[in-house]
Design a protein around this ligand. Structure first.
Ligand code: AMP
Ligand code: GLY
Length: 426
């Protein structure tokens, strides 16, 4: 196999982890990342191009003889970057890992995802969809449900579009805020109201070439800012893999009732799909239900999932692009992986950037993945809410976590905060 030049799109911990794993590949010539961060700069060539600037990305792909593109975040996929490549005479033969716009609608529209699940009998919460025109029916729908009430903006809302409300009057008020006052802009011009499911959540990641697929190890992320899972939702404060409560029987149920029907459903509906499907799951009793689909890998789940995959990532992605995933046997590392995310003070509300990060180091069992960092005059500065994710491997979660926490004690920046209870509930 010819050595490839690969372009990774994105700038977070997920993308640093992709670059780190690709850098171990035998089949890679050069790695480029747009725009990347201070961590990716040590492994790849950072290109100063935003993920939405398709024309500049085109030039970079041609100039750098890129053989394959991996799209990290959902935004460019929902905005049709894969379609842009297919429609361009110079780009159409360069494979993109990430679905076309139609497939990306699984993440871009909650209603589309719910209708897909209902068509293919995939277990998920009961729901109704409402617009400003039938808001009265929405109120009536809420009245016949029992609390808590789950209201979801149909479109992308940067992870903020889901409200879980305890009393009926507030739920009606929020429905009106979303539909009539555009609480989440255009994203809430349609609202999905769902039955509340009570259980423990986990994430399942599937890589598909459209026909064949492999399922990566399960992971669990910790979304709330505060210890004991309290406070505001964040992008994710830590993650672990494997997930102890996902035993063989439960994983088999996920495969049979969710993963297979999802991939088969995409085919039946003529939705071309090459890339990752991230299935957000909840365990209700003994049964898995789908909370949501994402059309990319998770962040910070990638930081614990990729370190547990023994295969050459470039080979895996090349097979995906060629429709030959059936020829790959996925090899999983038995050890546990954990990651703890260090964030800027104030996050997920307002926070400052540009703080000097001190004490950056690594150890044999730990890697510091950069999430929001930048290089300025030789210094590494904070550049986002989530700043670093410290991943460790160990025989058990506990051993791995101790290593991550030990390394974090050496790292500092003004306002730095991290949860000290990742994995506490397992
Ligand atoms: P989503 O953006 O759809 O993943 O929703 C964000 C979070 O809201 C999920 O991770 C769950 O914690 C919660 N959530 C969403 N839908 C439901 C539901 N039907 N029942 C209970 N919790 C939910
Ligand atoms: N950690 C959740 C996500 O990537 O959406």
């Amino acid at each position: 196999m010819k050595k490839m030049n690969i372009l990774v799109l994105g700038s977070g911990g997920r993308e640093h982890t992709f670059c780190w794993k690709l850098a171990q590949s035998k089949t890679i010539d050069q790695i480029f990342v747009a725009p990347g961060n201070a961590g990716t700069a040590g492994l790849a060539t950072n290109l100063d191009i935003g993920v939405k600037d398709f024309d500049a990305l085109k030039n970079a792909v041609i100039q750098n003889n890129i053989d394959l593109v991996i799209v990290g975040p959902e935004d460019p996929l929902v905005n049709g970057i894969h379609d842009f490549f297919l429609e361009d005479a110079q780009l159409k033969n360069i494979p993109v890992i990430g679905p076309q716009k139609l497939g990306a609608t699984l993440e871009g529209s909650k209603e589309f995802a719910k209708a897909f699940m209902s068509r293919h009998n995939i277990p998920t919460a009961q729901y109704g969809t409402f617009t400003p025109e039938n808001i009265e029916e929405g109120y009536a729908f809420l009245e016949q449900m029992s609390p808590p009430y789950v209201l979801k903006a149909d479109g992308l809302a940067a992870g903020k579009g889901v409200l879980i409300i305890n009393d009926l009057d507030s739920a009606k008020k929020e429905l009106s805020n979303m539909l009539l006052d555009q609480k989440f802009g255009k994203a809430s011009s349609k609202v999905v109201i769902e039955e509340f499911l009570s259980g423990i959540e986990l994430s399942c990641f599937v890589l598909t070439d459209g026909t064949n697929y492999v399922t990566f190890p399960m992971a669990k992320d910790y979304k709330r800012i505060g210890e004991g899972d309290t406070g505001l939702n964040t992008g994710g404060m830590g993650a672990v893999s494997p997930v102890p409560f996902a035993d063989d029987k439960f994983c088999k149920a996920i495969q049979e009732t969710i993963v297979k029907p999802t991939i088969d459903g995409l085919k039946k509906d003529n939705i071309p799909y090459v890339g990752f499907v991230f299935i957000g799951l909840i365990r209700v009793g003994d049964a898995p239900y789908v909370i949501e689909y994402n059309v990319r890998m998770g962040d910070p789940e990638t930081q614990v999932v990729l370190p547990r995959i023994k295969n050459d990532l470039a080979e895996l992605l090349y097979a995906t692009a060629k429709g030959k995933l059936d020829e790959i046997e996925l090899l999983i590392e038995d050890q546990s992986a954990t990651t703890v995310v260090a964030v800027s003070g104030g996050y997920p509300e307002s926070y400052e950037k540009g703080k000097t990060i001190k004490g950056l180091t690594s150890s044999p069992n730990s890697t510091v993945f950069h999430a929001g960092t930048t290089l300025k005059e030789g210094e590494i500065l904070t550049n986002g809410g989530r700043v670093l994710a410290v991943t460790s491997l160990g025989e058990k979660h506990k051993n791995a976590l101790l290593q991550s926490y030990k390394l974090l004690e050496e790292i500092s920046f003004e306002g730095m905060y991290y949860r000290k209870d990742i994995g506490f509930d397992l």
